[in-house]
Design a protein around this ligand. Structure first.
Ligand code: ADP
Length: 152
């Protein structure tokens, strides 16, 4: 049976922080499905199509990475596609508090699914899509924070 993980998020836009989490998790799984949640408030600035295209451009040569959109509960989406793992990144204790509650709630909803956390190096822990959107809105250059394949 193949080991499938989803990496859920809004990816608005996909950053070097997201890329780090996916790349480090790749040896652990047969497939990682980067899953763009359609029901988050943060989704408004970039269209779903452009977010998806950017991620595709980063992983176009990696058959272990797929990109999908979803609208249902994360655990229901996992069931639908046969994923037993939810991948998330941790930047700081604020992320931890939030992620712990979500992970335990998902455990209550489906005890067969585990959330796997990866902590990145300090040099990327300040990178967030929210800050990148603010830089873009104010006309700044964000190229140092996003994968080189993404032309924003
Ligand atoms: P959400 O909308 O669910 O918060 P995001 O797109 O902001 O999703 O992030 C998706 C995942 O990537 C989250 O687990 C988040 O903690 C992780 N992540 C984002 N940026 C970083 C980073 N710089 N370092 C480590 N993990 C990160």
């Amino acid at each position: 049976m193949s080991k499938i993980a989803i990496f859920p998020g809004s990816f608005s836009p996909f950053t070097l922080g997201h890329q780090y989490i996916v790349d480090r998790a790749l040896p652990l799984f047969d497939k990682i499905i980067i899953s763009i949640g359609l029901n988050s408030e943060k989704n408004k600035y970039f269209s779903i199509d452009e977010r998806e295209e950017w991620i595709k451009s980063v992983y176009k040569n990696n058959p272990k990475v797929d990109i999908k959109r979803y609208e249902e509960l994360t655990v229901d989406f996992c069931n639908k596609i046969g994923a037993k793992y939810i991948l998330r990144g941790l930047r700081n204790s604020q992320d931890f508090r939030y992620e712990k509650n979500i992970a335990q709630t998902n455990k209550d909803l489906n005890s067969e699914i585990d959330t796997i956390f990866i902590i990145g190096p300090a040099k990327i822990s300040h990178i967030s899509s929210t800050i990148i959107r603010d830089i873009i809105k104010n006309g700044g250059d964000v190229s140092q924070f996003i994968p080189k394949e993404i032309d924003l």
